[in-house]
Design a protein around this ligand. Structure first.
Ligand code: LLP
Length: 410
């Protein structure tokens, strides 16, 4: 969303205030233009013969968003059988889906295999059991490169203490299993974390994965996962994808030459694709002066956007009802019956009761991590596409909250 002379505007000059009035708040709004821009930036940044972008469904899985990615030409990265089902319903071919789960059951792996998607294995016990049952199914292997990277501890997943992947130090053991079971390893994979700024971290992890790839002679792809940083704060740097692409593409081509085959270069970004495209719009219920601060209390909370409370994540907040007003200092808080602060000591144009506030960069892991805490319904979602707004998920109702509850006689 941009600040124009007329106030805040989505792409094609759409006024977010009118969307708040039309659909009610709280509401998630996604701007398809920004998703498309991010997709194209990434595709254009990498100059290699075979490139594949598998969108990480976990970031935002509304079926219309998935269909939009299919139209753009992306594949999907899924972590549950349900994400696979959604992807197939959205029209993706099994071949265009990669399943990269962690600690799931063999039963779920079997179901994924039946669907015909690419399988990525994350542990030695699973390699043994899945490999013994399906020796002819080509598989990928997720390695843990022992690199510490990511915006915070909870989203750093490639380090030595993390549950994810097979340790790179266990390669001799992996090779023994592969040989004994005569397995076909079609890909190697790493994912070190989310919200990583430093391109050198990616490049360091890349060398580790190349070393791993050399051990497998019949690869079709190398998957470098994701973790690209977006600008949550105003003026924040994001991962310089163009610079990364420049440095990375040549290195990848050199590796392919050494390997003797044009492998497919894969990434599986979520946040970089949809974070900026999403804005969470809320309405101010109360403006409350206490001895210590001025609180603006809004009609949402950690039940709808938990990132600030769960990760101490910063999300930029503006008052779209009063875009040019005098700035005052506010803490923006939710209506949940425990501390749920969206932002502390923010300079925001003067807020009155009823004003609409926009919380930026809420497209990734916003709605996806929403809950029904305090028995509040989850909000609606709207997609803005080619100058039109489309409701793509209705707000939940009391019936939705009761749907799976079973009345018993007491
Ligand atoms: N691939 C794998 C194997 C992953 O585990 C993830 C994210 C991704 C790709 C996509 O990463 P991204 O491009 O979105 O950074 N809820 C947290 C982020 C958790 C990421 C989990 N895995 C947040 O809101 O920051």
């Amino acid at each position: 969303m941009q600040l124009t002379k007329a106030g805040y505007r989505l792409s094609e000059n759409i006024n977010p205030v009118s969307l708040c009035q039309k659909y009610g708040t709280p509401i998630y709004i996604y701007d398809a233009d920004i998703i498309e821009r991010q997709y194209k930036r990434m595709i254009n940044a990498f100059d290699v013969p075979n490139f594949r972008l598998n969108y990480a469904v976990k970031a935002l899985s509304n079926i219309n968003i998935l269909r939009f990615f299919r139209q753009l030409g992306a594949g999907l990265d899924c972590v549950s059988i349900q994400e696979i089902e959604l992807g197939l319903r959205a029209g993706f071919l099994p071949h265009d889906i990669i399943f990269t789960p962690s600690s799931v059951s063999l039963e779920e792996m079997r179901l994924a295999q039946e669907k015909g998607v690419h399988i990525n294995i994350d542990s030695i016990p699973m390699l043994e059991s899945f490999g013994a049952e399906f020796p002819d199914v080509p598989i990928g292997l997720r390695f843990n490169p022992h690199v510490y990277a990511g915006g915070n501890r909870k989203i750093s997943v490639g380090h030595v203490n993390s549950k994810f992947g097979i340790s790179i130090h266990q390669i001799p053991h992996v090779l023994r299993i592969v040989e004994q079971l005569n397995l076909k390893i079609e890909g190697v994979h790493i994912h070190t974390g989310s919200d990583i700024l430093d391109t050198d971290v990616f490049l360091a992890a890349t060398e580790i994965l190349f070393n791993t790839a050399r051990e497998f002679k019949d690869l079709a792809y190398i998957d470098f996962g994701s973790g690209f940083k977006v600008g949550y704060k105003e003026g924040d740097n994001e991962t310089d994808i163009e610079l990364l692409g420049q440095k990375f593409s040549q290195r990848f081509k050199d590796f392919c030459e050494e390997y003797g085959k044009d492998l497919t270069l894969m990434f599986e970004p979520g946040k970089y694709m949809v974070s900026e495209a999403g804005t969470f719009l809320v309405q101010t219920n109360i403006v409350k002066q206490t001895t210590a601060a001025v609180f603006a209390g809004v009609n949402s909370g950690l039940n709808h956007l938990i990132r600030p409370m769960f990760y101490d994540a910063y999300h930029h907040i503006v008052n779209i009802s009063n875009p040019f007003g005098k700035k005052r200092i506010y803490s923006i808080v939710g209506y949940i019956c425990e501390t749920d602060t969206f932002g502390v000591d923010r300079q925001i144009s003067e807020i009155k009761e009823g004003d609409y506030l926009a919380i930026f960069n809420a497209g990734a892991y916003g709605m996806m991590m929403a809950s029904n805490y305090n028995s509040r319904p989850r909000p609606a979602e709207v997609l803005v596409y080619q100058g039109k707004d489309h409701l793509i998920r209705k707000k939940e109702s009391l019936d939705d909250l009761l749907r799976n509850q079973v009345d018993i006689e007491l």
